[in-house]
Design a protein around this ligand. Structure first.
Ligand code: AKB
Length: 315
């Protein structure tokens, strides 16, 4: 069995992804790593290695130690945090990708997953049903780094046949590990506040619709793409992936069906401008046709699970 490493296993995607990979491929075959310790179930269910992704030698040391063949590189700075620290975000998001792409090119690892984002699109992109290939003029440093990263991925594939695979994640909603530093984070925070205090002050306006996805769909899609026959992976920059599209008012209305006393107020901050530069909905026909992607959760099903799981967690 080839070994897998998740770099960024303490983060929102990494914690869920590590557990699902261990579930499918065996605990000992999936190494979790991050600069800080991960959730208890990630730490206790299999190997964990402390890694600063900026330290290329340390990354290589761990890859050699376990004879790793597949890397899921999830360490990154998200859109909101990146606007506060543009150069650091650029360094973190680009340096880590380029060093892993080189390791893939040299054959040290066989396969690399790197996440892109809907942030690659910008204010000049068509907002509805945004196509796979479109105008791409991102206005955030996070989006610029993701777009540059996509170009590097495609370049390494075409020039060196490096097997790198990627999806453009929309906002991800999950209950295990909270998001941090993103523009779509309100869609996670709202559940905690609804349960704790029956009210939430949203940093986006009520009509700001964004593409979103429930984490189980995102994890299944990510692993499906990595397990797909290479011939089916026709796009080597990054695939559009669509789940649910909604605005804060629609999410609040859905939560009110479970918590009738819940109220939402709106106080937009700097993230409003970021959200307005992104698409409202995404066309993912290529991912569906090439490797069979589909989403399962709609707004109602996702809300139901989120409320149940967060209630249980807060108890
Ligand atoms: C963010 O809000 O920065 C991320 C993303 C859409 O990539 N969730």
């Amino acid at each position: 069995m080839s070994k897998i490493i998740v770099i960024g296993a303490s983060g929102q995607i990494g914690s869920d992804l590590t557990l699902e990979l261990r579930n499918r491929f065996g605990n000992e075959n999936v190494i979790a790593s991050d600069i800080k310790n991960a959730a208890d179930d990630v730490m206790s269910s299999g190997p964990f290695e402390p890694i600063d992704v900026m330290d290329e030698n340390r990354v290589l040391e761990v890859i050699k130690k376990y004879d790793i063949s597949q890397v899921y590189l999830l360490a990154a700075m998200l859109s909101g945090s990146a606007e506060k620290n543009p150069k650091k975000a650029w360094d973190l998001n680009m340096k880590s990708l380029l060093s892993l792409l080189d390791m893939t090119k040299e054959g040290t690892i066989k396969k690399l997953f790197w996440p892109s984002s809907i942030a690659v699109f910008g204010p000049t992109t068509p907002k509805h049903d945004t196509p796979q290939t479109s105008v791409m003029e991102p206005s955030t440093v996070y989006g610029i780094s993701k777009l540059a990263g996509e170009r590097w991925c495609e370049y390494y594939f075409r020039k060196y046949r490096a097997d790198v695979r990627s999806v453009r994640y929309p906002g991800l909603i999950s209950y295990k590990t909270e998001a941090g530093g993103g523009t779509t984070d309100y869609a996670v925070e709202i559940f905690y506040e609804a349960i704790k205090s029956s009210k939430y002050e949203c940093f986006l306006t009520e009509n700001t619709a964004l593409p979103m996805m429930f984490m189980p769909d995102a994890i299944r899609g990510t692993i499906d793409l990595m397990e797909a026959d290479p011939a089916k992976v026709k796009i080597r920059s990054s695939y559009n992936l669509s789940g649910i599209s909604f605005n804060p008012r629609e999410l609040a209305d859905e939560i009110k069906k479970h918590i009738p006393e819940f109220t939402i107020s709106y106080k937009p901050d700097f993230r409003q401008q970021i959200a307005e530069s992104w698409p409202e909905s995404i066309n993912d026909a290529d991912a569906r046709a090439d490797w069979g992607w589909h989403h399962e959760y709609d707004l109602a099903a996702m809300t139901d699970v989120m409320l149940k799981e967060i209630r249980a967690k807060l108890k």
